[in-house]
Design a protein around this ligand. Sequence first.
Ligand code: G3P
Length: 221
Amino acid sequence: MKLFLDTADVQEIRQAADWGVLDGVTTNPTLVAKSGRPHQEVIEEICQLVDGPVSAEVVSVDAEGIVAEARELASIHPNVVVKVPAIREGLKAVRRLSEEGIRCNVTLVFQPLQALLAAKVGAYFVSPFVDRMNRVGEEGFRVVEQIKRIFDHYQFETQILVASVRSPLTVLQAALAGADACTMPFEVLAMLYQHPMTDLGLEAFLKDAARIPGGVSAPVH
Ligand code: G3P
């Protein structure tokens, strides 16, 4: 499963890229607004930092406007994937864009049939918003499992990108469901590296290693 950061903060992206597991980045208008920087500038910089798909979202809600915006965004860098909302006009635009070779990430998906429609129009990614579903008492991971079954049945090439992730548990559920990618805030990615038993175990090993006559490592000649 590919691991993406859901952020427009370039410092976070730089740090995660340095850890060696970062496969891509997703953004949305809320995250870009939070960065306080112009959209195009921030997407350009992110594309320099990560060698993988970088999702940038349109704000038009009519097919013509979405197509025009998507072309602009896609011209920033070959790794840009255009995020388009799962509305009728959005899916109409995705059909045209995918025929042009522009990759689209259909976002704001809360229902497996929205994912089916997105796959039929040639979406590259489909983004179910798992923890936003959990917050309203729906079982987000079940939607991911259902999308996976539908895509497997019909051999769609559209990839499942689990989004709206608030905890490592959702990342685990995404991996168990066989999602292709999972995007998460920096804090959640950082949490994947933490386990108190690992820290305690390491502390004990280091303490005991200090008592080994001559140390542990073979002498360097
Ligand atoms: O990529 C989807 C994401 O940006 C939405 O996440 O955390 O605002 O629900 P969140």
